[in-house]
Design a protein around this ligand. Structure first.
Ligand SMILES: Cc1cc2nc3c(=O)[nH]c(=O)nc-3n(C[C@H](O)[C@H](O)[C@H](O)COP(=O)(O)OP(=O)(O)OC[C@H]3O[C@@H](n4cnc5c(N)ncnc54)[C@H](O)[C@@H]3O)c2cc1C
Ligand code: FES
Length: 343
């Protein structure tokens, strides 16, 4: 955990503000394009966490900034957008998340982004990073909003379009548009846009999707229908409030010992079902990184180096991550014996 200071605040559109933060003595906070920062705060005497995607790119040493949309009745988004001021201190567990670029991008010749509303935040960070570091790649953004006036980063995207006319394309979609064939993104329009904008074979494109839940479900379904393999579609889910209990049970409900290597220390404790590894860690005084606690954000991602961890839910890890031993401690249970985890 660290305390950071707000160093600047900019209003993007009414109700949406970008906050730049710095660490102690103004030190920059390390981050990767596409990640988010999680803040910890007190609400009615209870510790709460909220995450915000980073909207800047580290390639030009841009200081870490995140962009917040005010939610009516929202506890933390209103605190930030209505009351936060330059100089205010925030408490954070730092940057995390897996909605990032792959280490090896050589397989992909095109990056295709689908964003709706405030879902643009991690995507603009990725777009700026690709345009400035991988100039040979094609970058396409399909960006849905109610209107041009409600489009966050409209001017910045126009500047990028002017700077990279050869390899950057944007389709702005406005749900209030009179041209109904190019208004709300739907199952009929998406294949039309793919025919227009997808300029490489299906196995050479990497797709990123971020927006409201129903939007993401429709986009992912349509992409799969169009033959884009599931492992080439990355998604970031902002709404983790649905804490619906997933009634799947592990194949083994026995108590097993988890040995966790974290921050230079090694900690061992029993994990007894129904506790997850994260819950057992908390009970034993070890606070590991986390945010949503429901397998949807990736904050708690860790690596299992010995034994077997069973996940009750997983919206973030891909098959390739799982094969490399990645797990989520918030939904992870040790099964068939003890486990060793690097967090
Ligand atoms: C990985 C990740 C990245 C995120 N990045 C961003 C970001 O870049 N910018 C940003 O503005 N937000 C982002 N969010 C959402 C953010 O973390 C908060 O959930 C959001 O700001 C609402 O928090 P709150 O405390 O104001 O509302 P709460 O007090 O938690 O909720 C108040 C009401 O709003 C509803 N609600 C909560 N969250 C949402 C939501 N996302 N959309 C619509 N209704 C909601 C609740 O159901 C409730 O009725 C991200 C979330 C995650 C998990
Ligand atoms: S804390 Fe969000 S996936 Fe585990």
């Amino acid at each position: 955990m660290q305390t950071v200071t707000i160093t600047s605040i900019r209003e993007e559109i009414p109700g949406v503000k970008t906050f730049t933060i710095a660490g102690e003595d103004g030190a920059p906070i390390p981050y990767t394009a596409g990640q988010f920062v999680t803040f910890v705060f007190n609400h009615h005497d209870k510790e709460e966490r909220r995450s915000f995607s980073i909207s800047t790119s580290p390639v030009h040493d841009e200081s870490l900034s995140f962009t917040v949309k005010r939610i009516d009745n929202g506890a933390y988004s209103r605190l930030l957008t209505d009351r936060a001021a330059v100089g205010d201190k925030l408490y954070t567990s730092g940057a995390a998340g897996l909605f990032t670029l792959p280490a090896d991008t050589s397989r992909y010749r095109q990056f295709l982004f689908f964003a709706a509303g405030i879902g643009i935040t991690p995507i603009i960070s990725l777009i700026k990073t690709i345009l400035h570091t991988l100039p040979q790649k094609q970058v396409t953004l399909i960006y849905s909003n109610r209107s041009k006036e409600e489009t966050v980063f409209y001017e910045e995207l126009q500047r990028l379009l002017q700077k990279f006319p050869e390899n950057f394309k944007v389709e702005f979609l406005y749900s209030t548009s009179f041209n109904l064939s190019r208004a709300r993104l739907n199952k009929a329009l998406l294949p039309v846009l793919l025919r227009e904008y997808l300029v490489v074979p299906n196995d050479e494109v990497l797709v990123y999707v971020c927006g409201p839940f129903a939007y993401m479900r429709m986009v992912i379904w349509s992409l799969e229908e169009a033959g884009i393999p599931d492992d080439q579609i990355r998604k970031e889910n902002f709404n983790t409030n649905d804490r619906q209990v997933h009634k799947v049970e592990p194949p083994d409900k026995g108590t097993h010992v988890a040995t966790i290597k974290y921050n230079g220390g090694t900690y061992s404790f029993p994990v007894a079902y129904p506790d997850t590894i994260l819950q057992a860690a908390k009970k034993n005084g070890l606070t590991l990184p986390y945010s949503c606690e429901v397998g949807r954000c990736g904050s708690c991602a860790a690596r299992c180096t010995a034994g077997q961890v069973w996940l009750s839910y997983n919206e973030v890890l891909m098959d390739t991550d799982l094969k490399l031993g990645s797990i989520l401690t918030c939904v992870g249970h040790p099964v068939n014996g003890d486990v060793t985890i690097e967090a």
